[in-house]
Ligand binder design. Structure first.
Ligand SMILES: [Ca+2]
Ligand SMILES: [Ca+2]
Ligand SMILES: [Ca+2]
Ligand SMILES: [Ca+2]
Length: 273
């Protein structure tokens, strides 16, 4: 390769040689003309995970990038770090089944999109799953089924999973909303992971489709805002889709909510709008 500069112009010559012939110039008519693609695809959206016994199934929305080549899926058991890529070849469909999980362990997943120039997007928000003999879904902030908080999603108190936790305004009635669909009428187990750094319990009512379902669920003090625990509640649901709202009854507001897990066969998080 020769690069030389003339007054008022620059020139690059590329030559090649092979067995039995001398090096010769590659004419510029066959050299690739164009600009290199350095633009990564959009970050995938709509990731959610469903856990069964020894299995986690993941689904997300199709990317619309014209030069999309596929996806990479990543997993960790330490929320926010040490991700391992699960797929060996690029995934060409927007779903994945992870059969390499152990019941009783909480896993966290993120997905990224890759284009035909090997540019990789940022990883999408973390979705979590807890494989068990009982099927379940976990609704994390910034993933499907989380419909907002009367307050903020924060990440300042360590020990949360996913992108952070829902910190409702400290006022009665400042709640958190979710939305799911269930395939059959029955009793489903709701489990909230939460922290309450005060010594006063922060009770809340559970509203299903705007109607009081369970009153006075007591989110007790956990000793510190970085100390997280869970509380479970059996909830009756009719078949179909439901809005879920957890609403505090005192002026202290809600405990900080890391996630809502709903256990029962066939629960599916639903986009809020
Ligand atoms: Ca691109
Ligand atoms: Ca999909
Ligand atoms: Ca608060
Ligand atoms: Ca969380």
């Amino acid at each position: 390769m020769t690069f030389f500069e003339k007054t008022g112009g620059q020139r690059l010559e590329v030559r090649w040689a092979g067995p039995g012939f001398d090096r010769q110039l590659i004419p510029n008519t066959v050299l690739y003309r164009g600009s290199l693609d350095t633009t990564a695809p959009a970050v995938p959206t709509g990731l959610w995970a469903a856990a069964g016994s020894g299995v986690v199934t993941l689904d997300w929305a199709d990317n619309n990038d014209a030069d999309l080549a596929g996806y990479h899926i990543y997993r960790t058991t330490i929320s926010g770090s040490t991700y391992t890529r699960l797929n060996t070849s690029l995934l060409t469909t927007s779903n994945y089944t992870d059969n390499t999980v152990t019941n009783g362990i909480l896993y966290h997943y993120r997905v990224a999109a890759v284009d035909s120039s090997q540019n990789e997007s940022d990883k999408a928000s973390e979705a979590s799953a807890a494989p068990s003999t009982t099927a379940s879904v976990i609704l994390q902030e910034n993933t499907v089924g989380f419909c907002g908080v009367d307050g903020t999603v924060d990440s300042n108190n360590a020990g949360f999973t996913g992108d952070g936790f829902a910190n409702g305004n400290n006022a009665a009635g400042s709640g958190v909303n979710w939305k799911v669909s269930v395939p059959a009428a029955g009793t489903y187990t709701f489990t909230w992971r939460f922290a309450n750094g005060t010594t006063t319990a922060r009770p809340a009512n559970l509203l299903i489709d705007g109607t009081a379902s369970v009153s006075g669920i007591s989110f007790a003090g956990t000793g510190a805002w970085t100390t997280w625990t869970t509380i479970s509640q059996a909830v009756s649901l009719a078949a179909g889709s439901h809005t879920i709202r957890l609403e505090p009854t005192t002026s202290n507001g809600l405990a900080n909510i890391d996630y809502l897990m709903i256990a029962g066969a066939g629960v599916v998080p639903i986009a809020c709008n």
